[in-house]
Ligand binder design. Structure first.
Ligand SMILES: C[S@@+](CC[C@H](N)C(=O)[O-])C[C@H]1O[C@@H](n2cnc3c(N)ncnc32)[C@H](O)[C@@H]1O
Length: 206
C-alpha cells in the first residue's frame, strides 16, 4: 500500500475542504503553499487507481500534490449519499475540487470486483483517451492504492470478512496493474498471486 501521508504543503487545503470551505478557497489555499512534492513516489501522468476512499481527502491531497487529477480514478465503496451522511462537511467540497482538477470520483465501487466494474472500466478509458466508454483495455494502472482497507467490526467473522476483502482486492489489483504481475503469477495459486501483487503494490522488487 502507498504511504498514507499528506505533503505538508497541501495540509491546509485538505483541512479547509474538511471544514467545508468553498472549492475556490481550497484551491487558493493550495496555490499559496504548493511545493509539488508528493511522498510515496507518485508522479504526474501515472494512471492511479484509488480504492476504498472515505471522504476523498487522500485523493484530494494527491491531486493537489500532482497539480492534476486527470489520470487519477478515485473510488469509494459507499454511495454518494452514504459518504455525504458520514462526512457531511468534507465529501461535497473534496469531490467538487477533485472535479475541478480533472478527476471524476466514483461511488459504489467494490474493491473485490474492480476488474468487472463498468464504472471503473469507463473511468479508466476516459483517463487513457479522454473518451467515456465501457470497453477500456486492462491492465492499465501504474499504481493502485487502498488505504486502511476495513470492512468494520472486530469479531472472528468480521476478521474473516476483512481477510477475504484483502485477498480479493489484491487478486483484482494484479489484473489491473500494468506491471506484468499477471504473467508471472499465472502458474501460481491465488494466495501466491495476491502476495505477489502486495509486494508490487508496496514497491518491493520481486
Ligand atoms: C477504515 S476506512 C478507510 C477509509 C480511507 N481509505 C482512509 O484511509 O481514510 C475503510 C474503508 O474501506 C471501505 N471498504 C469496505 N469494504 C469495501 C469494499 N468491498 N470495497 C471497497 N472499499 C471497501 C469502507 O467503505 C471504508 O471507506
Amino acid at each position: 500500500m502507498a504511504e498514507r501521508r499528506v505533503a505538508p504543503a497541501f495540509a491546509p487545503a485538505v483541512t479547509a475542504a474538511a471544514a467545508g470551505a468553498t472549492t475556490d478557497a481550497v484551491l487558493r489555499t493550495t496555490t499559496a503553499g504548493a511545493s509539488r512534492a508528493v511522498p510515496g513516489g507518485f508522479r504526474r501522468g501515472q494512471k492511479i487507481l484509488l480504492v476504498g476512499e472515505g471522504n476523498f481527502s487522500f485523493a484530494l491531497a494527491l491531486a493537489l500534490g500532482l497539480g492534476s487529477g486527470d489520470s487519477i480514478v478515485a473510488t469509494a465503496f459507499d454511495t454518494f449519499r452514504e459518504a455525504r451522511d458520514k462526512y457531511p462537511t468534507a465529501v461535497e467540497t473534496n469531490v467538487a475540487v477533485l472535479q475541478r482538477l480533472g478527476c471524476r470520483p466514483l461511488f459504489g465501487v467494490d474493491a473485490s470486483r474492480l476488474a468487472s466494474d463498468p464504472a471503473v472500466a469507463s473511468a479508466l478509458l476516459e483517463a487513457q483517451t479522454g473518451e467515456a466508454s465501457s470497453s477500456a483495455r486492462l491492465p492499465a494502472f501504474d499504481r493502485i492504492v487502498f488505504n486502511f482497507p476495513h470492512t468494520g467490526g472486530a469479531t472472528t467473522a468480521d476478521i474473516k470478512r476483512n481477510q477475504a476483502l484483502l485477498r480479493d482486492f489484491l487478486a483484482q489489483a494484479a489484473l489491473l496493474l500494468k506491471t506484468p504481475v499477471d504473467k508471472r503469477a499465472k502458474s501460481l495459486d491465488p494466495e501466491a498471486e495476491a502476495a505477489l501483487a502486495a509486494a508490487m503494490l508496496m514497491g518491493r522488487r520481486i
